[in-house]
Design a protein around this ligand. Structure first.
Ligand SMILES: NC(=O)c1ccc[n+]([C@@H]2O[C@H](COP(=O)([O-])OP(=O)(O)OC[C@H]3O[C@@H](n4cnc5c(N)ncnc54)[C@H](OP(=O)(O)O)[C@@H]3O)[C@@H](O)[C@H]2O)c1
Length: 347
């Protein structure tokens, strides 16, 4: 190696400029373009993350009698979507399996809505893992029929109880994850979209995840696959309906405090559902950290998630993040099993 380099004659910068002026100019132009593009992109990401507001929810019928449909609304992020969309003036249909939690939510929304901002709410209990249950889907369709639906939030989701290798995972769990996170989203979107097309107005929010949307996730492979589907589905559908007054986005998120994440305390990187949903609803259609990262339809609205997503894309060394995620998941699994063992001993 040393001999190769010692025999190659590199021109000095002086020789390069004087003897190859066109080549020098070209190299400067490429370098300048790359630096300018990076600076512009960083500036736009920062502006979208910290300064600019997204599309107004009024464009989708907020305060004008339109409805928002929110799945997985019995707790966590979905519950917060329902509360904040109602606060913005949407009537709300909420769905999940836990009928009593939905009933409490409906009362809460109705109790809070007073005077000029009075909104209606109704609960439609559903088990989205039961795609073949014609009765429940028929009930949902008839509850939605005739409503002016301005917003659909496909939020209901299932993940693993703790990270596990695919070969050791329960087949039923894997199939439920796909049915809830993918098939039910397709079914419900297919029910709601025709009305939006007819009214030339609508917003569809699909809840994605860093697992699958930003980085492959060993030991959550099926879950990551479903979230990857959602980002590709959202990008494709978004382009299809762009001229019809309908926006579709896949919200990319890192951890949020919830039962699913099993994280109870918020931090700069892990928001509460309230802070997280506030950022989603204030940044509609702005890609934020996902700007110009070749993932059309994907948005990363929460500030620290946006910066993380952006930095990961700038660094670009995806395999390093995959390896880090793998070791993180091994550790989470170890701790989850130890906890289960302790609990078993106490019984
Ligand atoms: N929290 C995070 O760190 C995080 C990170 C990335 C992505 N996400 C995504 O964000 C979304 C919301 O998650 P979350 O953190 O708010 O979780 P969560 O608190 O566990 O809430 C999940 C919701 O989905 C509903 N659900 C689960 N299985 C269902 C089924 N078979 N049929 C109908 N509804 C069902 C649950 O209601 P019932 O139990 O009453 O049915 C619940 O309302 C999910 O799509 C998740 O993948 C979350």
């Amino acid at each position: 190696m040393a001999t190769i380099f010692s025999t190659v004659q590199f021109p000095s910068s002086h020789v390069l400029v004087t003897d190859y002026p066109k080549l020098t100019l070209l190299l400067f132009a490429i370098g300048g373009f790359t630096a300018a593009r990076f600076a512009l992109k960083t500036l736009f990401v920062l502006l979208q993350t910290f300064v600019v507001s997204g599309k107004s929810l009024k464009k989708y019928g907020a305060g004008k009698g339109a409805w928002a449909v929110v799945t997985g609304a019995s707790e966590g992020i979905g519950r917060e979507f329902a509360l904040q969309l109602a606060q913005q003036g949407f009537n709300v249909v909420v769905s999940a399996r836990n009928a009593s939690a939905l009933a409490t939510l409906v009362s809460e929304i109705e109790a809070k809505s007073t005077g000029g901002k009075k909104v209606q709410a109704k609960a439609v209990p559903m088990d989205f893992s039961k795609l073949d249950d014609a009765a429940q889907w028929g009930r949902l369709e008839s509850e939605l029929a005739g409503l002016d639906i301005g917003v659909l939030v496909n939020n209901a989701g299932k993940s693993y109880n703790y990270p596990e290798e695919f070969h050791a995972s329960s087949r039923k769990d894997m199939e439920d994850i796909v049915t809830i996170n993918v098939n039910s989203v397709i079914r419900l979107t297919h029910i709601v979209l025709p009305g939006m097309v007819e009214r030339k107005r609508g917003l569809i929010i699909n809840m994605g995840s860093f697992s699958g949307t930003s980085v492959a996730s060993p030991m959550l492979s099926t879950y990551a696959g479903t979230k990857s589907f959602l980002s590709s589905f959202s990008g494709s559908l978004a382009e299809e309906v762009r001229g019809k007054g309908i926006d579709v986005e896949c919200v990319n998120t890192y951890f949020v405090v919830s039962n699913m994440s099993k994280i109870r305390r918020s931090s700069a990187l892990i928001p509460t559902p309230k802070a997280f949903v506030r950022s989603v609803l204030s940044k509609i259609t702005l890609p934020g950290g996902a700007l110009w990262t070749n993932r059309p339809g994907v948005v990363t609205p929460y500030w620290s998630h946006g910066l993380l997503d952006y930095v990961m894309n700038v660094i670009g060394w995806n395999m390093a993040f995959v390896r880090y995620t793998h070791s993180l998941h091994k550790d989470i699994r170890r701790r989850a099993l130890r906890k289960l063992e302790r609990e078993a001993k106490q019984q």
